[in-house]
Design a protein around this ligand. Structure first.
Ligand code: SF4
Ligand code: SF4
Length: 505
């Protein structure tokens, strides 16, 4: 297949050899599991259990609510210890509502939904419902509810379903291993998603630094004419969906637009495998493969981890630290975030846990910009990081927004390439957070203003109706009862008017 040039990109040291040749291993069930209600984009799930309840493996313990949300399930059987606040695996470490489960060691399954007998003949809504019921979210980092994304096929004409197997982040190899060990499941899940989306073609994009994955996936795709596996250059951030789509189709997604608008939707390889599990077996998303790596980890591994296991338990399963880590990262070194503590849980979006030594981290102090322009050349979003950072430093966020800071995908390429070691991406993350907050405030004020205006109109209407009722009542109350009218008629009229008045009030 002919490939198209992409914009920008850098070549960091990939350092994937620490785990790429190690088969996935399952960690033993830890003593406690911590399941946050919010592990996805959208509204947190609604709790269905309380302290003391007994649950079975795969049982729904929190239900999705609202249009964009995802359900949570028990990763094993056991007892609910409590529903309480626990630190989130986010740099802020802020607490979030979490269900704590004490496993009972029996690992007893709940009654799962019946498998869909033939996903290629079943009603499309049945499949969408099954994916929603299973709490599947984007496992490549987006954590967007997969069932909601399936609806894109009803709004746009999707020509290509792109399966993202690029995995361009250094150190991280969980998708590589999923493709090598579960290729048939990935291809089946991709075909199911393509059917629901109405996409006639499926293209699996894999970086050329994963030759075994390309070979195995090509074999698994061979029986299906609509599926093609394509090797793409190893160039960070090829895994960013817009870049991969550009490389494979030549289609550029306009800033701020969905890829569906150019006829392509991208799903991560592990996500479509989870769709396969949900549809073919009725199994919810209760575990995921996590790469545990870095120079400070004694035995780097790809670990099948129950959702909710503490990072501390996961690291212990990997032999603990061989050296004091200089940096603990949730995700890859380019886009990952600092881990606030080892006590936080693994969630659906956790692709990697890295413990890096001082030699592996860039800890050099920043020096003044030398106007080399490298950050501009490599930015995949076509932005000017040097200028945006200058405005943000002066706290002129509006000017940074005009330059497109909200289109920054936080890939970190500009920080990586900067010879002055300026932590550019930190500026952009700060600015995006502040601008998002301003926007939320603006919308809130707008909503309050609209509500106030609606109230004024309602009060005016009620007053108007009241005046009209009073006017209508006047002749009746003023009139002298006719001599032959039965006594009490006037009183009846008065009673009736009073009731009407009450109704209008
Ligand atoms: S972090 Fe943002 S500004 Fe920097 S290279 Fe990536 S997209 Fe461009
Ligand atoms: S890469 Fe660094 S030094 Fe070069 S222009 Fe950008 S901010 Fe300045």
């Amino acid at each position: 297949m002919k490939l198209f040039p992409i914009r920008g990109g850098v070549h960091p040291e990939y350092r994937k050899e620490q785990t790429s040749e190690k088969a996935i291993v399952a960690m033993p069930m830890p003593r406690l599991l911590y399941i946050p209600l919010q592990q996805h984009v959208g509204a947190p799930a609604e709790v269905l259990v309380a302290g003391g309840d007994l649950v079975k493996k795969g049982q729904m313990i929190a239900r999705s609510q609202g249009t964009i949300s995802a359900s949570q399930h028990a990763p094993t059987s056991g007892r609910i210890v409590s529903v309480t606040d626990v630190a989130a695996p986010h740099p802020s470490g802020l607490p979030q509502t979490t269900i704590i489960i004490e496993p009972d060691g029996k690992d007893e399954w709940a009654d799962l939904p019946e498998p869909v007998a033939d996903p290629f003949a079943a009603d499309l809504q049945v499949i969408r419902d099954r994916v929603a019921q299973a709490g599947v979210v984007g496992l490549g980092g987006a954590v967007f509810p997969a069932a909601v994304k399936l609806n894109l096929g009803t709004q746009y004409k999707i020509e290509i379903l792109l399966i993202n197997g690029a995995e361009c982040e250094p150190y991280i190899t969980c998708d590589d291993r999923v493709m090598r060990e579960y290729a048939d499941e990935v291809i089946d899940g991709a075909r199911i998603v393509a059917r629901v989306m109405g996409a006639p073609r499926v293209v699996v994009g894999i970086e050329l630094n994963k030759p075994q994955a390309i070979e195995i996936m090509t074999k698994a795709a061979a029986p299906f004419a609509e599926v093609e596996v394509v090797g793409v250059p190893a160039l960070y951030p090829m895994g960013y969906a817009h870049e991969l789509i550009l490389a494979i189709t030549g289609r550029e997604t306009p800033a701020g637009k969905r890829t569906a608008e150019v006829g392509v939707v991208a799903y991560n390889v592990a996500t479509v495998r989870a769709v396969h599990q949900a549809v073919r077996f009725g199994r919810p998303l209760i575990s995921r493969v996590v790469t545990v790596s870095g120079g400070a980890i004694r035995e780097p591994k790809n670990v099948l981890t129950p959702i909710g296991a503490r990072v501390a338990d996961l690291i212990e399963f990997c032999g603990g630290f061989s050296a004091p880590p200089a940096r603990l990262v949730n995700g890859g070194p380019m886009m990952g975030e600092p881990l606030p503590s080892l006590e936080v849980p693994v969630v659906k979006g956790t692709a990697g846990i890295l413990a890096l030594t001082a030699e592996e981290t860039n800890t050099q102090a920043a020096s003044p910009c030398i106007r080399c322009g490298s950050c501009v050349t490599i930015c995949p979003a076509g932005l000017s990081p040097v200028e945006m950072a200058a405005f943000i430093r002066k706290d002129n966020l509006e000017a940074a927004a005009r330059l497109g800071v909200m289109d920054c995908v936080s890939c970190g390429s500009c920080s990586w390439v900067c010879p002055s070691h300026i932590p550019l991406v930190h500026y952009f993350n700060y600015a995006k957070g502040a601008l998002n907050k301003q926007e939320r405030e603006r919308r809130k004020n707008e909503r309050v203003k609209i509500l106030a205006e609606v109230r004024v109109i309602r009060v005016e209407k009620a007053a108007e109706a009241k005046r009209a009722a009073m006017a209508a009542r006047k002749p009746a109350t003023a009139a002298t009862p006719a001599a032959d009218a039965p006594p009490g008629n006037a009183g009846q009229a008065n009673t009736s008017s009073t009731a009407e008045e009450k109704t209008n009030a």
